[in-house]
Design a protein around this ligand. Structure first.
Ligand code: XMP
Length: 317
């Protein structure tokens, strides 16, 4: 029978054998898969693993700093790269969801390529690919899928010429979580909701500006911390907020306002392929809505998404 301890023991031994004294580069995303892959490789080869964690300016509030901190606590050799401006300028004026994804994928590859040149003599690229990514490679979206889809384009970035090492390739998500827990990775990383690679860019409908990102980060932060405080976070598979490209009329004191609308989304799911909207308690929704409207300047209306997948998707873009 499969156990996480056995898996760790045999995988670390195999990685040691396979990699030897070579150097490995790995892009961390803050998510479960890349973190667990990094910790396994770290156990096998220690400081020869060079991790890169990119701030694309589209993460949750404080996420870059918090997660970078956890990675350092875990003993990982990790470099945090502030590439916010590069992402914002590539996104400027883009409104089409796929165009946004493409622009983000391209900047990500450029930044990663630049950074990988700082690691002399690297021979391997570590990736947190898990079994469902392998079997559903067509429907998978994300940094690794983005990288794969660029393989035919020609003029391959240098890091893509590296040999690939994917220690989680045979595991399902729940097994990855078990392995992560056994490796002692913090619950804040292991129990984290899925978060899309393009981040808040696909939750801001329409064009992206740093101001909109800042508004959505505040809204999302209120929603997610409220879920945590009320013990609902672990019952939800994924949650987040969308900033809509419309304004609506409101009233504050005796002033008429004309401000932004946000939509909250929380779903239950097993694998993201299908999902149901979460029947969050009305009291909870009422409190979150009040807090958002009272605290986040520029937002005067909150709506809750009651669509299931299919036919709706989890994200709005
Ligand atoms: P949808 O919106 O297709 O989302 O129902 C299913 C799951 O995939 C995530 N998602 C993405 N993840 N890059 C990613 O890495 C993307 O472009 C992307 N689009 C959606 C979504 O957050 C959900 O977990």
């Amino acid at each position: 029978d499969w156990t996480p301890d056995q898996f760790i023991e045999s995988t670390v031994a195999e990685l040691r054998e396979q990699i030897g004294e070579d150097k490995v580069i790995l892009g961390l995303s803050g998510g479960v898969d890349s973190s667990v892959a990094a910790m396994l490789i770290h156990q096998a080869i220690g400081k020869n693993l060079y991790c890169i964690f990119v701030d694309n300016g589209l993460l949750r509030k404080n996420e870059f700093e918090d997660v970078l901190h956890s990675y350092k606590d875990m003993g990982l050799n990790v470099k945090g790269v502030d590439a916010k401006e590069q992402f914002y300028s590539a996104l400027a004026g883009l409104t089409d969801p796929e165009a946004k994804r493409k622009a983000i994928g391209k900047v990500f590859i450029d930044v990663f390529d630049q950074e990988s040149h700082q690691v002399e003599d690297a021979k391997w690229l570590g990736q947190g690919t898990i079994y469902p990514d392998v079997i559903e490679s067509v429907s998978v979206k994300g940094p690794s899928a983005t990288i794969k889809s660029h393989h035919n384009v020609g003029g391959l970035p240098d890091f893509m010429k590296l040999k690939v090492v994917e220690p989680l390739k045979t595991l399902f998500k729940d097994e990855v979580r078990l392995v992560g827990k056994t490796l002692g990775i913090a619950e804040t990383i292991i129990g984290r909701h899925p978060f899309p690679g393009p981040g808040l860019a696909i939750r801001i409908l329409g064009d992206i500006t740093p101001e909109k990102v800042a508004i959505l980060q505040e809204v999302d932060h209120i929603f997610i911390s409220s879920l945590k405080k009320s013990g609902l976070y672990d019952q939800v598979w994924q949650a987040g907020a969308m900033l809509l490209p419309i304004q609506s009329v409101g009233v504050m004191g005796d002033e008429r306002t004309y401000e932004r609308v946000v939509a909250l989304r929380a779903v239950t799911s097993v694998d993201g392929m299908t999902a149901d909207w979460c029947h969050l308690p009305y009291e909870f929704l009422a409190d979150v809505s009040n807090e958002i409207i009272n605290k986040v300047r520029g937002v005067n209306r909150v709506v809750y998404d009651i669509s299931s997948k299919p036919p709706a998707t989890i994200e709005w873009e």
